[in-house]
Design a protein. Structure first.
Length: 349
């Protein structure tokens, strides 16, 4: 039965909140799922070799992400590439190298040496590092309240570390902190390159489809060089293919699509603030599913860190810039559909 004339059925609140909540859940589970893969692979070697490596994990995850954008937009590939001059291609190459290769590799190896909780807290530094790099390279002003945000985030990081040092804990390794620093710098740098890309309004197939697919092939080539063809034979095992594909389809692609749907219903600042809850999901899931210790100091540090992140999201840059910062926070950046960036414009292809 049609609604009476003059009355428009109201979209249920849960339907608007569902994509945002799904994004928070899936992206928050990313580090816990990846750590679980690492632990499970080490405990179940195949022919004496760990079947889980950064090569096959990111090969599958990025191939899924790339093809999901490449296939629907294949008609826009040639005209999209025609828009690029040599400097544009170098910009895309640099952005992909930082955000799709160096950042994820550092993220993976940091997670091998650190707990999920420590790694999650450390990678919260991406946000202030992004702002500082944008200030240095692009001469963009620091957001209002930046130094307050930085102090809160630093306090949130130092409090759990100090508690661990006082208790004599040595669960985290120095190598993990080194990889975390590399990852933070790489992801923070993509806020600068991503700012330049976002202003050009290139089709998604050019900014996501091609870079993600090519980077996946690079990971596949590295696996061949480091481990040989036998490493891919391990992928024929049902449990390995199933686990990695679930990771690639559900967490990587699923969180990206949920983020895109969330932008259709909510403003960028709203998504950014609620998206900060991925930190809570990451730490909570690590404690519940992996048995990582969650003490009072860690909980207090998380509260301070969340306060710092929320303060940092109170500035008002352009939607495209802030969107890049949000996506960098969530492991590695991915573009959303062009009709989200430019409402009313139909996606090419």
């Amino acid at each position: 039965m049609n609604a009476p004339i003059g009355l428009v059925p109201k979209d249920p609140g849960w339907r608007r909140a569902l994509p945002l909540g799904l994004y928070v859940l899936l992206k928050g589970l990313d580090a816990t799922a990846l750590k679980g893969l690492q632990i499970y692979g080490a405990a179940h070697p195949v022919n004496g070799e760990n079947p889980i490596s950064f090569c096959n994990v990111f090969f599958v995850a990025q191939l899924v992400m790339g093809l999901a954008s490449l296939l629907p937009g294949r008609a826009a590939i040639r005209p999209g590439l025609a828009l690029l001059n040599p400097s544009d291609r170098w910009l895309l190459f640099l952005d992909a190298g930082l955000g799709l290769f160096i950042g994820p590799v550092a993220y993976y190896f940091a997670l091998e040496s650190l707990s999920v909780i420590s790694q999650t807290l450390l990678f919260a530094l991406v946000l202030p590092v992004s702002a500082l790099l944008a200030r240095q390279v692009l001469a963009e002003p620091l957001p209002q309240g930046f130094w307050i945000s930085l102090v809160l985030i630093a306090a949130g990081l130092l409090l759990p570390g100090a508690a661990m040092a006082m208790s004599g804990g040595h669960g985290d390794q120095l190598r993990g902190y080194g990889w975390a620093l590399v990852g933070v710098l790489a992801f923070g740098s993509t806020a600068v390159t991503g700012r330049a890309i976002a202003t050009r309004q290139w089709p998604t197939v050019v900014t996501v489809g091609i870079p993600s697919t090519l980077t996946a092939l690079v990971f596949g080539l590295i696996a061949l060089v480091l481990f040989g063809p036998s490493h891919f034979h391990l992928l024929n095992l049902h449990w390995v293919v199933g686990v990695i594909l679930i990771y690639g389809l559900t967490l990587s692609l699923g969180s990206n699509r949920a983020l895109g749907l969330a932008y259709r219903h909510w403003s960028v600042p709203t998504v950014s603030i609620w998206g900060s809850l991925t930190l809570v999901v990451a730490i909570g899931s690590a404690a519940l599913l992996l048995g990582e210790p969650l003490g009072i100091a860690t909980a207090a540090g998380l509260v301070l860190l969340l306060a710092g992140v929320m303060v940092s999201h109170r500035w008002n840059p352009s939607d495209q810039t802030l969107r890049r910062y949000i996506e960098v926070d969530a492991f590695y950046w991915t573009d959303v559909a062009p009709d989200i960036v430019n409402p009313g414009r139909e996606e090419q292809g």
